[in-house]
Every structure is written in structure tokens, then in C-alpha cells.
Ligand binder design. Structure first.
Ligand SMILES: [Zn+2]
Ligand SMILES: [Zn+2]
Length: 124
């Protein structure tokens, strides 16, 4: 079993979908791979589903301190949730950017008018 497989199966396991017998393989891998055993203990402390559920409060800084620590720990071992957080942040940034763009384009005509006026003054 390799590490990505291990993570997939751990998710299955947490959802209760893991076929009987594969738990043994999971345990065997966790014993020889410290990264994956960290992953397992972190995932049982906060599952990926909970991570997604609380993500909004986490970003808003509304999460209790202990909870935020668990979040950070989950992020440090779970590439899936790191990727999810990244794309979530990017979406937020994009929407902020879209709002900023609007206010910028509202400013442009004023500046353009001034520039045109200045150019006309210099031409006289
Ligand atoms: Zn591993
Ligand atoms: Zn996760």
C-alpha cells in the first residue's frame, strides 16, 4: 500500500465504508510510515468532513483556540484539505478582487477626464 492509497482508505474507514480485512493493511502501513500514522491520528481528531464544515469559521477567525490548533494540525498532514483551503481562499480572493475591480473602474473615468483636461490646457 502506498501513502495516497492509505489516505483514501483512511477516509473510507472514517466513513465506515472500508471492507473488512483492509483495516489490517491500514494498521500495517501506519506502523511503518510515521507520516501516515500522524495522518490517522489527526483525521480521527478532526475528520475532513468536519474540517469543511468549520472552514468558514476558521477563516473568519471565529474558531476557539483549541479547535484552530486542531485545524492547523489537520492541514499539516492532509493534502486534500490543504488543497481545498487553497481553492476556497482563491475563490474568496477572486470575489474580493472583482469588487476591487469595480471600484477601480469607477475611478478611471474621473482620472481620464482630468488627463484629457490637462492635455487640452497644455494644447492651448
Ligand atoms: Zn504512508
Ligand atoms: Zn482532511
Amino acid at each position: 500500500m502506498n501513502c495516497p492509497e492509505f489516505r483514501d482508505k483512511t477516509h473510507e474507514h472514517l466513513r465506515g465504508n472500508l471492507p473488512r480485512g483492509e483495516e489490517v493493511e491500514l494498521k500495517a502501513h501506519a506502523e511503518e510510515c510515521s507520516e501516515c500514522s500522524d495522518f490517522t491520528s489527526t483525521c480521527s481528531e478532526l475528520t475532513c468532513k468536519e474540517f469543511v464544515d468549520f472552514l468558514h469559521s476558521f477563516i473568519d477567525g471565529e474558531l476557539a483556540k483549541e479547535r484552530a490548533t486542531v485545524f492547523d494540525r489537520h492541514l499539516s498532514v492532509c493534502p486534500d484539505c490543504t488543497a481545498y483551503l487553497e481553492s476556497y481562499r482563491r475563490t474568496m480572493e477572486l470575489s474580493v478582487l472583482a469588487m476591487t475591480d469595480l471600484s477601480v473602474s469607477e475611478k478611471i473615468p474621473e482620472e481620464l477626464v482630468l488627463a484629457v483636461l490637462n492635455a487640452q490646457k497644455q494644447g492651448e
